[in-house]
Design a protein around this ligand. Sequence first.
Ligand SMILES: CC(C)(COP(=O)(O)OP(=O)(O)OC[C@H]1O[C@@H](n2cnc3c(N)ncnc32)[C@H](O)[C@@H]1OP(=O)(O)O)[C@@H](O)C(=O)NCCC(=O)NCCS
Length: 262
Amino acid sequence: MPDEVWDRIRSQAEEEAGREPVLRPFLEASVLAPAGLEEALAGLVASKIACSSLSQEATRAVLVETLTGDADVSAALRADLVAIVARNPACSSELEPFLHFKGYHGLALHRAAHRLWAADRHGLALLLQSRMSEAFGIDIHPAARFGRGIFIDHATSVVVGETAVVEDDVSMLHEVTLGGTGKESGDRHPKIRHGVLLCAGAKILGNVEVGEGAKVGAGSVVLDDVPPHTTVAGVPARVVGRARTELPALDMDQSLPLDYSI
Ligand SMILES: CC(C)(COP(=O)(O)OP(=O)(O)OC[C@H]1O[C@@H](n2cnc3c(N)ncnc32)[C@H](O)[C@@H]1OP(=O)(O)O)[C@@H](O)C(=O)NCCC(=O)NCCS
């Protein structure tokens, strides 16, 4: 079966090894030698999160097992890379996030932990979550549900709670929290619908819904539902306008309305 994303990553790695021979051993081990994208990613991420509780080889085996054999996971791993290149002006090839972006690595690790969680292997899932937090500064509960085409830029201090849902084509920046208010139990975390853009430091608290194509301004605290295609900003957040594009996450449109003021 054709694998266009992986084929591109391999040829980008070959080009890079030609330009920068000192990187060839790393590129050979991490991209050119492995059998496919999932195996390569498992090796790369394992090298970053292995610890005294789980050796690098054991971590790699767990990640190979959990990242392969599930068509949804495989499609998501590829869609996330395509999304990053499409939405990040600082990124010119899939090879860059594949090798170096901890937002991509952290989300891949979450996708592995989520499969373990769904299979009632909670201890191992929680160990992966813990290592994600320690190694990448990203803390996503293994039960949280993510769609595909997700871009988590910079990613430091992103926190996502147990009952959160993030639908397809969402973009978020560093220090975003999808958390509880601390006053609810059960289903207590936000639902982020298709194509939403969550800017740096946005805190979405409680079982609230951020509607399709909405934008949440940097540093906002969202405590109520956000209607689709609406821009909210401030603490607590209030509606400041309509999103200018249909799905702001796709073009990373971080502009506020011209008449915006708090
Ligand atoms: C502060 C907090 C505990 C709520 O306290 P509370 O006393 O129950 O407050 P209420 O929910 O009744 O809200 C009272 C008012 O404060 C406002 N408010 C609540 N939380 C606020 C916040 N974090 N920032 C600004 N205003 C806030 C509400 O909009 C409301 O305003 P209104 O009266 O004009 O409608 C809660 O909103 C909060 O911030 N929890 C954070 C939990 C957290 O850190 N979660 C992350 C987990 S990873």
